[in-house]
Design a protein around this ligand. Structure first.
Ligand code: CP3
Length: 357
């Protein structure tokens, strides 16, 4: 059963592979720098982390894209690096560079010092943002909560920030696998408690962002990324009263492992643009819903190109429920908001025939 109070429950229904009238759409990073109103609120907040730490401002930027576009969901405005920040690594977002940790994790004794943050005590600002957004949304659309996968969060903690080659994280994987496992274990516990905190605070769906799972070998993906996401999914309280909280697992670059991911315990799998949706649908035999997978660069194309590429994604998935439209990764900060409107409206207009009869 989907939450009876939601006015628009297309996303929940699609994630549970129940019939819908139109294909729901939301966009990864739908709140962000491509929107002038986001840049204005962020300037008012001072820094990106100040924006995350003030529930009213986080709520404001969460709602901004919904005022412009006919989206079927809101996503909590926060970041996957709130957990290592709460673990005391000293997080800063450096202008035009990205995240940087003052105290990266390099050794077994660094890992031994890490504790599992208490969601209410250490990440209360995120839970307060969830409660504020739920109140302001008034059940118009579902709210998506999220966290990073242990492996993806670990890469930032080990590298000390963003990295082109993830050399230090991959060195630890082959040189000190026990240290990496210890780090992933504490992160899996932290992520499970954090997501359960978000569910208790009111989120309707959760997505696990495994942005860097796709850089691993198939065997290393199973051992160092998927296994810990499975441990999280086993611990999630997916029923909250009468409502079911579906889980979306997004491994960027994970298309080759679709069958394995579909059997991992998720309700839906996010896909990037390197795979054909129809192909993955056949391979996964309707076991999970599929989310994706328009190339974000399509938004730099003409309006006609946006419509025809959207039509191609809908056709690739084909008829029937179980598809959530999204980009294959986050929207670019250089995207034109008017082009995103063309996409959202096209998906709603063009998808109705796939759900009739
Ligand atoms: O999707 C949404 O609208 C919700 C908000 C959201 C943000 N980050 C806000 C953000 C979500 C879901 C994330 C997830 C996230 N954060 C991921 C996984 C998804 C992905 O894109 O692969 C990762 C890897 C991060 C870590 C992170 N946060 C990096 C590497 C950076 C710097 C690079 C960049 O894109 O600026 C951030 C900063 C960040 N997180 C911004 C936003 C809107 C930009 C900050 C700014 O305003 O300057």
């Amino acid at each position: 059963m989907t939450d009876p109070v939601l006015k628009n429950d297309r996303l929940i229904r699609a994630l549970l592979r129940q019939p819908v009238d139109r294909t729901p759409i939301w966009i990864m990073r739908q709140a962000g720098r491509y929107l002038p109103e986001y840049r204005e609120t962020r300037a008012r907040a001072g820094s990106f982390m100040d924006l995350c730490r003030h529930p009213d401002l986080a709520c404001e930027v969460t709602l901004q894209p919904l005022r412009r576009f006919d989206l079927d969901a809101a996503i909590l405005f926060s970041d996957i690096l709130t957990i290592p920040a709460a673990m005391g690594l000293g997080l800063d977002f450096v202008e035009n560079e990205g995240p940087r940790f003052a105290k990266p994790i390099r050794t077994r004794s660094d890992v031994a010092r890490l504790g599992v943050p208490d969601p209410e005590r250490d990440l209360g600002y995120v839970l307060e943002a969830v409660r504020t957004i739920k109140r302001e949304l008034g059940n118009r659309v579902p709210l998506i909560g999220f966290a990073g996968s242990p492996w993806t969060i670990a890469t930032y903690m080990i590298e000390g920030g963003s990295s082109d080659d993830h050399r230090l994280a991959r060195t630890m994987l082959y040189q000190e696998p026990a240290t990496l496992h210890a780090l992933l274990e504490v992160l899996a516990r932290a992520v499970a408690e954090y997501l359960n905190g978000q569910i208790a605070a009111g989120v309707d769906v959760v997505q696990i962002f495994d942005t860097w799972g796709g850089i691993l070998t198939p065997a290393a993906y199973r051992e160092f990324s998927l296994r810990y996401m499975q441990a999280i999914m086993e611990r999630l309280k997916r029923r909250s009263g009468t409502k079911i909280v579906p889980v979306i697992l997004f491994t960027k670059g994970g298309g080759a492992w679709a069958e394995t991911i579909a059997a991992s315990g998720c309700d839906a799998m996010g896909l990037d643009w390197t795979v054909d949706l129809g192909d993955v649908r056949r391979r996964t035999e309707g076991k999970v819903a599929l989310q994706g997978n328009l190339d974000p660069a399509v938004l730099h194309g003409s309006e006609a190109a946006i419509r025809s590429e959207a039509a191609a994604i809908l056709a690739a998935y084909g008829r029937g429920p179980g598809h959530v439209f999204n980009l294959g990764h986050g929207i670019s900060q250089h995207a034109d908001p008017d082009r995103l409107k063309v996409l959202v409206d096209a998906v709603h207009d063009l998808s109705a025939p796939y759900h009739q009869g």
